[in-house]
Ligand binder design. Structure first.
Ligand SMILES: C[S@@+](CC[C@H](N)C(=O)[O-])C[C@H]1O[C@@H](n2cnc3c(N)ncnc32)[C@H](O)[C@@H]1O
Length: 361
């Protein structure tokens, strides 16, 4: 237990005030980096190399005075390098990997998009704190589904088929021979499409409750031109209870849903007796004190939880409200056993944010 606060520590107060200033600067930066991403400024600077505000304004057709102030803000945030003699700015390869290169494992400009999509939801929070009722995904508008699509882009494209599916017992062989697969809470369908492309003999169904996500997923299916994929609205066509799916996946869904026990029971009813559920969810510890001490992503994840995940999980009266860090391996093992699953294994594969579980009847 920390000591009781008796004396006022001026230095500590000063340090905390300075830290609060940095956090305020970071919040403003999210808005201005979002603008830089949205207007294609980072990519334009990468193309131009060292560039002055006049050159960048000319190349993008934007107003020089606004560009100049934005460039200075970005240099002060160490997003851009500055050459005093030429009054020119450039972007390093490392910053470019995070801000410009959508195929890079470090790409994170999508975070600014997700942040922007949630700005207007802040106004709803006081009411939610009072009533207890949160917001469904769709209430954040289409930007939320797009932000999640971009945020969760890398693993489904470069790790799922290549590194994760091979860790599941017998699943790749079955997918090769042709089986039925459902991705529940498929979002924009990126994981679904990457699996469907790799396994053309299998049939893939994306199942969703968000109208905006369904629109994104259907548009992506059309763009990819695959004939072994379809998207289903779970509100009209819920999971069948006839054990007709051989392989079910969920990627960051269970902690978001108001009634995770019902969803897990539905998955149990939809999965064949010899089927597999690949469940990925956020890595976390059961005890808050451990998340506080050990999880460097905890401030971001608890922030997302209040804004999106726990809000969604509380969006119906009586919602369980698990939230972003609420479906860790202990909770997952308990809840899946209650639903009737007898095998539960955490995969060796994990990343900074997610753990992966192989769950079988
Ligand atoms: C954090 S997003 C993840 C989307 C996608 N799986 C991904 O990895 O990008 C969670 C998604 O689960 C969906 N969802 C939540 N509860 C669901 C349910 N009971 N049935 C189907 N989809 C659900 C939400 O609409 C949302 O699109």
């Amino acid at each position: 237990m920390p000591a009781t606060h008796t004396e006022f520590d001026r230095e500590k107060a000063q340090r905390f005030a300075a830290r609060t200033g940095q956090q305020l600067a970071a919040a403003i930066n999210c808005n201005l980096s979002y603008i830089g991403d949205e207007l294609g400024l980072y990519k334009a600077i990468r193309e131009l190399g060292w560039t002055t505000s006049d050159e960048l304004a000319g190349a993008t057709g934007l107003h020089e005075r606004w560009i100049r102030e934005w460039l200075r803000h970005q240099a002060c945030n160490q997003h851009l390098d500055y050459d005093d003699e030429k009054d020119a700015f450039s972007i390093s390869p490392e910053v470019s990997a995070v801000f410009c290169d959508e195929d890079s494992p470090y790409y994170f400009a999508s975070g600014f998009q997700a942040f922007a999509a949630l700005r207007s939801s802040v106004d709803r929070l006081p009411e939610a704190f009072s009533t207890g009722l949160g917001m469904r995904f769709d209430e954040h508008g289409p930007g939320c589904a797009c932000g999640i699509e971009k945020l969760n882009n890398y693993i489904p494209r470069f790790e799922l088929v290549q590194s994760i599916l091979p860790q599941l017992e017998g699943v790749c062989e079955r997918l090769d021979s042709g089986v039925t697969v459902a991705d529940v809470g498929c979002g924009a369908g990126i994981a679904l499409l990457n699996m469907a492309k790799a396994y053309p003999k299998s049939t893939f169904t994306g199942i969703e409750i968000s109208t905006h996500a369904i629109e994104r997923a259907r548009a992506n299916v059309e763009t990819w031109g695959l004939t072994n994929v379809s998207i289903r609205d779970a509100r009209e066509h819920p999971l069948p209870s006839d054990h007709s799916f051989d392989f079910i996946t969920t990627f960051d869904v269970v902690h978001d849903t108001p009634f995770p026990d019902r969803l897990i029971a539905e998955i149990y009813g939809a999965l064949s007796d010899d089927g597999t559920w690949l469940c990925s969810d956020i890595r976390s510890f059961p005890k808050f004190a451990d998340n506080l001490a050990e999880n460097p992503s905890a401030p971001l994840l608890y922030g997302f939880s209040v804004m999106v995940c726990m809000s969604s999980a509380m969006s119906e009266p009586g919602g369980a409200g698990l939230g972003t860090l609420g479906f860790n391996s202990e909770v997952a093992q308990d809840m899946t056993a209650t639903a009737g699953f007898t095998r539960f294994q955490k995969l060796e594969y994990e990343n900074a944010i997610n753990s992966y579980y192989e769950i079988r009847p």
